[in-house]
Design a protein around this ligand. Structure first.
Ligand code: PBG
Length: 326
């Protein structure tokens, strides 16, 4: 068949136009989702030390950042809340006047074409930093479900198009779907973090969101990095419970899982290129050890090649700026 010297793969690599003609995978701004961290106050813009280019911003700044993202062709933002107060149950998470809820209302009013996605999880709102209610040192699954439903409904009332549960409780997609449908939000979609690993790569995010667990870790609810069959079970389960989009997270270290989940479900798949994956490349780039723009393009391309339809990325705007000019 394709044997040397009759076939020479290098023929189609000889020039930029030839390479672009045969390129199989493309990344464009329209594939990207920009994560934003909303905090209290006005005019606040605090840099996150471990995530260069990422800030904690008040609602006004979130609107400004989202406006720029939209101008660059990025269709969606994913909001995380950094509330003014935390308690054992994370009650600021379902406050209709909470930071995320106010940001959603402002974004819907000012940027009607932007897709607004909200992270649904209690870890940013609980004093202990766990993703649900703690009973006897463990996160109580079923009791947490009810609180997540309150939070998702509060986001829906504010105008979220998509709610994204990232807590990893069992049964939360079915719980949220039922709660949304009962309250007249049948059109609000669920982006389920169906496959979320207990990963060391979330470190910088926890600095950004102030959500480091005060005791223990998240291994009793997030997945073991060694397991891929289990990822398929989680994905199938969430599809059956009514998830509209399936998330795999992290992304770069789990390309095989993205591939298998896409093949298995045929559902829209979103990959989260997480904080630690981004920070590692940024740190190397800042030391002059790696070319940031090239590494960014390669990482995002690999995630798309593995089968992700969309990617949550801290690089979204930076990528889109290059994309817009190329
Ligand atoms: C909340 C949540 C986390 C991330 C997204 N949602 C942190 C965690 O589970 O500890 C991580 C995102 C990132 O690292 O960029 N549960």
């Amino acid at each position: 068949m394709s044997e040397f010297p009759r076939y020479r793969p290098r023929r189609l690599r000889a020039t930029p136009v030839l390479r672009s003609l045969v390129r199989e995978t493309d990344v464009t701004a329209s594939d990207l989702i920009l994560p934003l961290f909303v905090t209290e106050g006005e005019g606040v813009r605090r840099p996150v030390t471990s995530l260069p280019g990422v800030f904690n911003t008040s609602v006004d700044g979130v609107v400004a950042d989202a406006r720029e993202a939209q101008r660059l062709g990025i269709p969606a933002v994913l909001l995380f809340g950094i509330p003014g107060s935390k308690d054992e149950r994370g009650s600021s998470g379902w406050d209709d006047d909470g930071v995320v809820q106010r940001a959603v209302r402002a974004l819907r009013a000012e940027l009607p074409d932007l897709v607004v996605i909200t992270d649904v999880c209690l870890c940013e709102y609980t004093s202990h930093g766990h993703c649900g209610v703690v009973r006897d040192g463990a996160v109580a699954n079923d009791e947490t479900l009810e609180l997540l439903a309150r939070q998702a409904l509060s986001h829906a009332r504010a105008g979220a198009h998509i709610v994204a549960p990232s807590d990893m409780m069992d049964g939360r997609v079915a719980t949220l779907r039922a709660a949304l449908d009962d309250d007249g939000f049948a059109d609000v979609a669920i982006l389920s973090y169906a496959v979320k690993y207990a990963s060391a790569f979330y470190g910088p995010f926890r600095e950004a969101a102030g959500s480091t667990p005060q005791f223990g870790d998240r291994r009793a609810y997030q997945m073991d990095p060694a397991n891929a069959e289990e990822a398929l079970r989680e994905a199938r389960m969430d599809v059956a419970e009514g998830a509209d989009i399936i998330m795999v997270k992290p992304a770069l270290a789990y390309l095989d899982v993205i591939w298998r989940v896409k093949q298995e479900t045929g559902w829209p798949v979103c990959a989260y290129h997480v904080s630690g994956e981004y920070a590692a490349i940024m740190a190397a780039a800042r030391n002059g050890w790696i070319d940031e723009a090239a590494a960014m393009r390669e990482a995002l391309t690999a995630i798309r090649r593995a089968g992700a339809d969309m990617i949550v990325s801290y690089w979204a705007r930076e990528f889109a700026r290059g994309d817009a000019s190329s």
